[in-house]
Design a protein around this ligand. Structure first.
Ligand code: CA
Length: 408
C-alpha cells in the first residue's frame, strides 16, 4: 500500500471531473433596499443616533453588488499555506516592520508596559492588516455595511456594525468623509470593525480624537487595549517551531490534543533551530499545528496564538502575525521552505474530495467546500487506513490519490 501511495504521488493527472457551480447566489431579501433602509433608520433613531447623522450618512446610498460579489467570492479559492505565507511575510514586509519597530521603540515599550503586548506583535498586526498603514481601504464604509446588512447572509452581524459606524459619526470620532475602509467595513490602520472602534479605541495623544488613521499613538494603544481585552497572556510566547520524526503520529495535530513540551518530546517532537523555547513556556500545555502537510512546518502553539485568532479566525493569519513578529526582532526564517509543485486546491476540488470521502463511508457532514475540522478528521482516518501520514491536509495531491483509489 505504501508503494501504491508513492506511485500515486508520482503520477501527474490532468483530468477534471467535477463541474458543480458553487458561486453563491446573492441572497436578496423580500423587501427592496429602500424598504429595508426605512426600517433600519427607525431602529437607528431608536438607538439614539441623531436624525442629522442618519440622513447625511445614507444620503445617496444604494446597495453595491460588487461588495456582495467580494463577500461570496472570498471562499471560492484557497491558496496553499506557502502561497499565503510568502506573500504575508515577505522580506520587504519584514524589513519595513524592523524599521517601524526601531523608530517607535520608546513608544512601543510604554504600550507593552501598559497592556502587556510585545512591541513586535503590535507592529506585525499593522503589517498584516494594512502593510503598516500604507493601505487602509478606499470604500465608503456606510455603503459597504448597508449592502451587507441588507443582504440576508450575515444580516445581524453587519446591521450591528452599521449601527456602530453611525455611532462613530454621531459621537464625532470620525467624520463621514473619513469613513472609508475595506469592503467588509474595517477601518483605520489596524482595520477595526466599527464596534471594536467604539469599544477599544483610545485617544492616547490627548487631542480629543480617537484617530485610527493618522495618530500612531492612538492606533498602537488601541491595538494594545484590544489585544489585552481579548485575553493576551503577558510574558508568554505565541508559538515555537518544532520538528517531527518521519514516523510521527500526525493525527495528534488535531486542534485538541494538548501536552507540555516534555510530553511532546517523549512523542518524538524536537525543537527547530529557528527559535528557542523560553524557560517559562516549557511547562505550559501546547497544541501542535501543521498548517501545511506533514512535510511542512510544525508549531507548538500557546494561548496567545488563539488570541491572535480571535482578531482574525484563521490559522494562516495567526501564524503569519506571530512569525512576522519573530522576524522583526531578528529571529531566523523557518526551517522549511515552499516545496516545488505546491499547488492550490479550489473549493470545487474540496467538494469533490469531501464527496469521495462520504462515498467511502467517512462521516464529515455535508460536502460544502470548506475543509473544517470534520473534513480534516475524516481525511486523517482515510490516511491512517491507507498507511499514509495522517496530516489531514486537503491538498490537490491528496485529491488525486483518493480519485485513483476509488475502490478502497
Ligand atoms: Ca488622538
Amino acid at each position: 500500500m505504501i508503494k501504491l501511495f508513492i506511485m500515486l504521488l508520482l503520477i501527474s493527472i490532468t483530468t477534471f471531473s467535477f463541474a458543480k457551480d458553487l458561486a453563491r447566489p446573492i441572497d436578496k431579501p423580500e423587501e427592496t433596499f429602500q424598504q429595508w433602509l426605512i426600517s433600519f433608520k427607525k431602529k437607528a433613531l431608536a438607538k439614539g443616533i441623531s436624525t442629522k447623522t442618519i440622513n447625511s450618512a445614507f444620503n445617496g446610498v444604494s446597495p453595491n453588488e460588487e461588495i456582495l460579489a467580494l463577500d461570496s467570492r472570498q471562499a471560492e479559492f484557497f491558496s496553499t499555506f506557502w502561497q499565503y505565507f510568502n506573500r504575508a511575510v515577505s522580506e520587504i514586509r519584514i524589513k519595513k516592520g524592523q524599521e517601524l519597530y526601531k523608530k517607535q521603540l520608546p513608544q512601543l515599550t510604554k504600550i507593552t508596559k501598559k497592556y502587556g503586548i510585545p512591541a513586535e506583535i503590535l507592529v506585525a498586526f499593522l503589517g498584516l492588516e494594512t502593510n503598516y498603514g500604507s493601505y487602509t481601504g478606499n470604500r465608503p464604509v456606510i455603503e459597504s455595511l448597508a449592502t451587507l446588512a441588507y443582504d440576508k447572509r450575515r444580516r445581524e452581524f453587519f446591521s450591528a456594525e452599521l449601527l456602530s459606524a453611525l455611532k462613530l459619526i454621531d459621537k464625532g470620532y470620525v467624520n463621514l468623509a473619513q469613513m472609508k475602509g475595506s469592503w467588509a467595513g474595517a477601518i483605520g490602520q489596524c482595520q477595526f470593525m466599527p464596534s471594536n472602534y467604539l469599544r477599544y479605541a483610545i485617544d492616547a495623544d490627548d487631542d480629543g480624537k480617537k484617530d485610527l488613521w493618522n495618530s500612531l499613538p492612538d492606533i498602537l494603544n488601541s491595538m494594545g487595549n484590544f489585544l489585552k481585552k481579548l485575553g493576551w497572556q503577558k510574558n508568554q510566547d505565541w508559538a515555537v517551531e518544532v520538528t517531527l520524526p518521519r514516523k510521527f503520529d500526525f493525527s495528534l495535530a488535531d486542534g485538541r490534543t494538548e501536552h507540555s513540551l516534555k510530553e511532546w518530546q517523549k512523542l518524538g517532537v524536537g525543537l527547530a533551530a529557528s527559535k528557542k523555547i523560553a524557560q517559562n513556556m516549557q511547562q505550559i500545555p501546547a497544541k501542535l499545528v501543521l498548517p501545511s502537510n506533514y512535510q511542512g512546518p510544525a508549531f507548538l502553539v500557546y494561548k496567545n496564538f488563539f488570541i491572535i485568532k480571535k482578531w482574525n479566525n484563521s490559522t494562516k493569519y495567526a501564524l503569519a502575525v506571530g512569525y512576522l513578529a519573530d522576524r522583526i526582532v531578528g529571529l531566523p526564517p523557518l526551517s522549511k521552505a515552499q516545496p516545488k509543485g505546491d499547488k492550490a486546491i479550489s473549493r470545487k476540488q474540496i467538494v469533490e474530495l469531501q464527496q469521495l470521502l462520504i462515498n467511502k463511508g467517512y462521516k464529515l457532514g455535508d460536502a460544502d467546500g470548506v475543509a473544517g475540522s470534520q473534513t480534516r478528521q475524516a481525511l486523517r482516518q482515510y490516511q491512517k487506513q491507507h498507511y499514509m501520514p495522517a496530516d489531514g491536509y486537503p491538498s490537490y495531491k491528496m485529491l488525486q490519490i483518493i480519485r485513483y483509489n476509488k475502490s478502497s
